[in-house]
Design a protein around this ligand. Sequence first.
Ligand SMILES: Nc1ncnc2c1ncn2[C@@H]1O[C@H](COP(=O)(O)OP(=O)(O)OP(=O)(O)O)[C@@H](O)[C@H]1O
Ligand SMILES: [Mg+2]
Length: 238
Amino acid sequence: MLLEVKNLNAYYGDSHVLRDMFLAVNNGEIVALLGRNGMGKSTTLKSIMGLVKPKSGSVIFQGKQIAGLRPHRVANTGIGYVPEDRRIFPNLSLLDNLKMGIKHGQGDKFRGKNRWTVERIFKHFPFMKARTHQKGALLSGGEQQMLAIGRTLMGNPDLILVDEPTEGLAPVMIAEVRDVLAKINKAGVSILLVEHNLKVALSLATRVYLMGKAHLGFTGTVEELETHPDVRRKYLEV
Ligand SMILES: Nc1ncnc2c1ncn2[C@@H]1O[C@H](COP(=O)(O)OP(=O)(O)OP(=O)(O)O)[C@@H](O)[C@H]1O
Ligand SMILES: [Mg+2]
C-alpha cells in the first residue's frame, strides 16, 4: 500500500468537513475521488498534504505516519500536489515556473534514472519546448494546467494529488490533460485524482471513491460503479 488514510477528521472552525474519511492508493494506481460540490474532496487532498491540519486520524504514506506534518515535510516524503487553481507565476517564464518545482536537499534519493529533468518533462509535454521563455500569464488554461503538473513532477513525487485538472478547459485540452496523466502514471507515478468530468475520471482510474456529505458513500472498481446507476445518481451529477 502506498497511501492509506484512516478515520480522518477535519474541520473548518466548527464545521466538520471530513468525518472518518478513509481511502487507499496502491503502488502504481490511479484512484479517483468523486462527488458533488462541497462534499470535501479538495479538503481530503489538503488534509493529506498538510495544508489543512486534521483533528484526528491517520495518513500513512510508504509506511510512515504523516498526518499533521507541515506541507513541505509532506512534500519531502514524496507526495506532489497540483492545486485546483494551478498557481502559475504569471511573470515567470515557463521554464522558471517549471524549475520552481525542484526540491532541494533530496540528497541521493533521486539520482536514479527515473529522476525528472526538464528534458524528460519536455518529452511528456512537447508543447513546452517552443514556449520555454513564454511568461506564465500568456499560456492558455490547458498549458498552465500541464505546467502545474510538470512543475510538481520536478519534485520527483511517487504520488501526485491532482485537484480538478480539466476544469474550465476546452475539449481538446481536456483530452490532452487526460492523456498526459495516463502517460505519467505509466512512467511510474501513482495518482489520486479529484475530477468532475466523469468520463475522464473513469477512463483513467481503476478504483473510485464517491463522497457524500463529509463521508464516503461508495468504494469500488470502475466496473462496479458502471453496474450501479443508482449509486451514480445518488453521488454524482449524471
Ligand atoms: N477555507 C475554508 N473555510 C471554511 N469552509 C471551507 C473552506 N474550504 C472549504 N470549505 C467548506 O468545506 C466544505 C468542503 O469543501 P471542499 O472544497 O473540500 O469540497 P469539494 O468536494 O472539493 O467541492 P468542489 O467540488 O466544489 O470543489 C464545503 O462546504 C466548503 O464550503
Ligand atoms: Mg474541490
